[in-house]
Design a protein around this ligand. Structure first.
Ligand SMILES: [Zn+2]
Ligand SMILES: [Zn+2]
Length: 154
């Protein structure tokens, strides 16, 4: 996204639009994928020798839950985007593409979880415990009983 300085109104201007999610450079194996473009809603103003950009970024994500491995959709909303770029004499434009990429990558969930209460998969049979409990014994109980058996032997 390019801001052309000679065209910019001295009072500042609003810019809304979208950038292709390809700019994020996410790979197929990543836990998070973009499902749509990166939408921006910016207010851009020249303040002294700096171009100040503030506003909002939104991108729809498909994330793989780190506990149950389900893919779920979520909206990433960054409402406090703020960048100030120093303008050099004679500079005609400011490219915000790198700033947008950095900001979105920084705010991606590092360990996505489909819901805070996600129960994950049973470590023994692999069943998704969000769909209901399986018949397996909890591993904690197994450890406790084997501990008692050891004591009896001594
Ligand atoms: Zn989950
Ligand atoms: Zn199980």
């Amino acid at each position: 996204m390019l801001i052309e300085l000679p065209k910019l109104s001295p009072e500042g201007e609003s810019f809304s639009g979208e950038e292709s999610a390809e700019l994020l450079g996410l790979k197929a194996g990543d836990a998070v994928k973009a499902e749509g473009p990166v939408q921006y809603d910016f207010f851009v103003q020249l303040v002294g020798h700096e171009l100040v950009v503030q506003g909002r970024l939104t991108v729809e994500l498909a994330a793989t839950c780190g506990r149950c491995a389900e893919i779920y959709s979520t909206n990433l909303v960054i409402s406090d985007f703020l960048r100030a770029s120093e303008i050099q004499p004679g500079q005609e434009s400011v490219d915000l593409t790198d700033d947008i990429r950095e900001e979105v990558l920084l705010k991606l969930p590092p360990y996505p979880v489909c819901q805070p209460e996600c129960k994950g998969l049973c470590p023994q049979c692999g069943r998704n415990l969000n769909d209901g409990a399986c018949g397996c014994k909890a591993p904690k109980d197994d450890l406790r009983w084997s501990g008692l058996d050891d004591l009896k032997l001594k």
